[in-house]
Design a protein. Structure first.
Length: 322
């Protein structure tokens, strides 16, 4: 079984690189940290890598400053683990490190996972990669300490919309209940994750909501965030997270779209769907991916051009539903 292969590979390794995906979220950072603590407890060396900065909202987690965005000099790894990455491009600038590693593992839960590693521990039924890491720690016969529990709880909480999205399962609650037994201050974690917001984030939200445009008899809701919005509100890239949920929460909306302008020639899109519409399928038209209900893509085209193409494609998919 794959999980035994992963346990074997970790047991044999001496120095392990752990890589989270570009523009990391709570699941990527929390799962990477939990894996890092576990590997350290097995008395092995490990490094944490991520191309982009850890979102400020996760700064309450210990050791987030251990994530490096450049390869440590004079270090070689006998095992490299990709965490929460559906395809190899999600590794960003660490793709080469991964490809050059003698042995690779991917731990992931995306339905669009391409099976790009030597060993692919992929469970699309897991609500978060954190759930898979929890199972792996059990298999490694390690006790869960408070820091590991905090990291995993954060991973699972953020990927399930605080235990409310359709991916939340009985297993999710069972794992969360066990994690809560390890000295977690659940009120504090929820407050830091969901209730404390920077003024920049609120200013950006206000601008994004102003851009709301409805299509297809109010079944599609689109929000846009321009470079100017980011500049003038002084918001950080991670401040765009969750803004799409406001579009998704409008009654009757089956497809919510957020287009974020990265520069004059490229954008990042986020998609959220309900009912029969497959977000990951729509994202795949733009070489992106994700899950049935939440997906995204990076597109090398100007904002205006993407708007047109995306709306056309979305409208045709909506028509198929009718
Ligand atoms: P978000 O819209 O929050 O950035 O991402 C939603 C989901 O889609 C996440 O599970 C994320 O992994 C996936 N996703 C977002 N952008 C991309 C992308 O450019 N490529 C792929 N393969 N998946 C993406
Ligand atoms: Mn995830």
């Amino acid at each position: 079984m794959t999980i035994e292969n992963v346990v074997n590979a970790i047991s044999k390794a001496k120095n392990i690189a752990i890589i989270g995906h570009i523009m990391p979220d709570g699941d990527a950072i929390g799962s990477c940290l939990a894996l890092y603590y576990s590997i350290k407890r097995l008395s092995k060396k490990a490094s944490l890598y991520c191309t982009d900065k850890v979102p400020q909202i996760l700064n309450f987690l210990k050791d987030v400053d251990r994530f490096k965005n450049e390869i440590e000099p004079n270090t070689s790894y006998d095992l490299t683990i990709a965490v929460d990455c559906s395809d190899i491009n999600r590794l960003g600038s660490f793709k080469e490190l991964f490809l050059n590693s003698p042995l690779t593992i991917a731990i992931d839960h995306h339905s669009s996972n391409t099976g790009f590693a030597d060993i692919n521990l992929v469970d699309t039924n897991a609500a978060a990669t954190g759930e898979i890491v929890y199972g792996l720690i059990e298999k490694l016969s390690l006790e869960i300490d408070t820091d590991t529990a905090k990291a995993l709880y954060t991973a699972i909480s953020t990927d399930t919309g605080h235990f409310s999205f359709s991916n939340t399962s009985t297993e999710t609650f069972t794992i969360a209940a066990d994690l809560s037994r390890h000295g977690l201050d659940l009120e504090y974690i929820s407050r830091r994750l969901y209730r404390v917001k920077s003024i920049e984030r609120i200013k950006l939200l206000s601008r994004a909501l102003n851009s709301l445009t409805m299509y297809a008899n109010n079944k599609i809701a689109m929000l846009t965030i321009t470079q100017r919005d980011m500049l003038e509100t002084k918001a950080m890239p991670s401040d765009t997270e969750n803004i799409i949920n406001y579009a998704k929460e409008i009654e009757g909306v089956v497809l919510a779209i957020l287009i974020k302008e990265i520069n004059d020639t490229s954008v990042k899109i986020s998609l959220r769907t309900s009912e029969e519409l497959d977000a990951s399928e729509l994202a795949s038209y733009f070489d992106g991916g994700g899950h049935k209900r939440a997906a995204g893509a990076s597109i090398n085209k100007p904002l205006k051009a993407v708007k047109g193409i995306l709306i056309d494609k979305a409208m045709s998919l909506i028509k198929e539903l009718d």
